[in-house]
Design a protein around this ligand. Structure first.
Ligand SMILES: Cc1ncc(COP(=O)(O)O)c(C=O)c1O
Length: 424
């Protein structure tokens, strides 16, 4: 059966809301390559949306999971816990840039965000949460409320949980400065909610789905100061930026300040369903026993994968590789920008989290979602899996596995360039 017959079967069997970008049904994937049911090969510049930082089916991850599978696959951590979850929590507490941290495991990024908010509310006794426009935090009700993009994430799904407020995210390319964002927060505190009713602020250090906008230098420190002034907790959502993606273990490693809580998922376990909340001990211990968790929280298979992922990141120096990959990708895109300055408005990113923003007439106010969509389609036809993002759907984002061989990176960049030229 070919891709289109499988797509037809999927359309008949799946709710329409669970769409897929490509009508490409995967048969096999290894490191940075994917093969579909028709035997066609693709270079993967999506990495399962920043999940397989260590590549598809990294042999060390596969081995660790197989060993765990031979021992047991589930007992429920809330009933009879197991040692690899404890080991992983200990290791995460050491690698996150938070002093004196402890962890909590769940299964998905959205759950991690939900739990971070639950913990912050209990720890502070306050209800309010401030999030940022363009942010994406997941698809559950609370996460939808936090998310700052209506279509497709929020449209028609309300009413949303109350006591959530939004401030502008400082996206330099869009002309929103640190000063604008901080002034808007002050305005929020005077017109919407008094700061001593705010439990936490939540922010991505590089907005992911929102368009790959990194916070400007110094913004996190300013935000930390506002939080400290009002005894508000700072939650940093590193679900997309974590685990070597940005060239450091976490994007917060660049900032020189500490979050109170960090949410982690995606790259944490190389493709196994695992997410974590990590934060200051006093904050994390606020909720009573039984208030946090879930049947599949901290699955032993996923924890085995998580421990292997941490070792692979260190052994294969994936932070350094992320920098190397990012520089090569940026150089290739910059060359394209020289030829097409009207179409490519901006190239940006941290480490191997790189984006180019497509516009018309080199005008930031004229996004080009049509060109973006055409490029993604053309690249897929030519054997390259490429993702878009952005509130205006006009950003191409590159999230290769950090283990991608250099010749495959070049091959993918060539395909990207040729596809762009065919569409522009
Ligand atoms: C920054 C961020 N937060 C939260 C989420 C939600 O994670 P999940 O899809 O695992 O629920 C995502 C997913 O893309 C994300 O990028």
């Amino acid at each position: 059966m070919n891709n289109s017959s499988w797509q037809q079967r999927k359309n008949d069997a799946f709710a329409r809301g669970m769409g897929n970008i490509f009508p490409i049904f995967v048969q096999r994937a290894l490191n940075a390559e994917i093969w579909d049911v028709e035997g066609k090969r693709y270079i993967d510049f999506a990495g399962g949306i920043a999940v397989v930082n260590t590549g598809h089916s990294h042999p060390d991850v596969v081995k660790a999971v197989r060993q765990q599978l031979d021992a047991f696959s589930h007992t429920c951590i809330l009933v009879t816990p197991y040692t690899n979850a404890v080991e992983l929590a200990e290791k995460l507490a050491v690698v996150v840039p938070i002093d004196d941290a402890k962890a909590l495991f769940v299964s998905t990024g959205a759950e991690a965000v939900e739990n971070a908010v639950k913990i912050a509310r209990v720890a502070t006794g306050r209800p309010g949460i401030v999030a940022f426009n363009g942010g994406f935090h997941g698809r559950t009700n609370l996460c939808m409320a936090l998310t700052g993009k209506v279509v497709p994430y929020k449209k028609g799904f309300g009413p949303f949980t109350p006591q959530i407020y939004h401030a502008p995210f400082p996206a330099e390319y869009l002309g929103i400065t640190t000063g604008d964002s901080l002034a808007a927060l002050e305005q929020l505190f005077s017109s919407e909610i008094e700061p001593d009713r705010v439990a936490a602020m939540i922010i991505e250090p590089v907005q992911g789905e929102g368009g790959f906008y990194p916070v400007p230098k110094g913004f996190m420190a300013e935000l930390r100061a506002v939080c400290d002034q009002h005894e508000i907790l700072l939650i940093v959502d590193e679900i997309q930026t974590g685990f070597a993606r940005t060239g450091r273990m976490f994007a917060m490693d660049y900032e020189g300040i500490e979050a109170d809580i960090m949410t982690l998922a995606k790259g944490i376990a190389g493709g196994f369903a695992l997410a974590a909340v990590v934060g200051k001990k006093a904050v994390m211990d606020a909720p009573d026993p039984g208030g946090l968790g879930g049947t599949y929280a901290g699955s032993p298979l996923a924890c085995a994968a998580g421990l292997a992922v941490l070792e692979v990141i260190e052994k294969e120096a994936l932070c350094e590789r992320a920098i190397e990959i990012g520089e090569r990708v940026k150089a290739s895109l910059a060359k394209l920008q020289l030829e097409y300055p009207d179409h490519i408005g901006d190239i940006r990113g941290k480490g191997a989290m790189v984006a180019m923003e497509l516009v018309k007439n080199d005008d930031v106010t004229q996004p080009d979602p049509e060109l973006t969509k055409a490029l993604v389609g053309k690249a897929a036809d030519s054997g390259l899996i490429l993702l878009s993002c952005g509130v205006r759907s006009n950003v191409i984002r590159i999230l290769t596995p950090l283990t991608i061989p250099m010749d495959q990176l070049e091959e993918g960049l060539n395909t990207l360039t040729k596809s762009f030229k065919a569409c522009a």
